[in-house]
Write a protein that binds this ligand. Structure first.
Ligand SMILES: [Zn+2]
Length: 71
């Protein structure tokens, strides 16, 4: 009763929503889920400890560029 299935049918459900994965977007079920996962990755990448405004303080982390001669 099932329509023609592509090569192999993945039995693994979408890791995001749990729907049956799509052959084109494995292991996700759709591009939406795949994109979302991608965003998650980017999100984590962007989660660097950045301190806006507190850059010109004497609380330097130390290490990189210690000897900065100004002119
Ligand atoms: Zn999904």
């Amino acid at each position: 009763m099932s329509a023609d299935s592509p090569s192999t049918v993945s039995s693994r459900p979408c890791p995001l929503c749990g729907k049956p994965a799509n052959h084109d977007f494995r292991p996700f079920c759709s591009r939406g889920c795949r994109d979302r996962d991608l965003h998650n990755w980017f999100d984590e990448d962007y989660r660097i400890p950045v301190t806006p405004g507190a850059d010109e303080g004497d609380d330097a982390p130390g290490g990189f560029g210690e000897a900065r001669d100004d002119g």
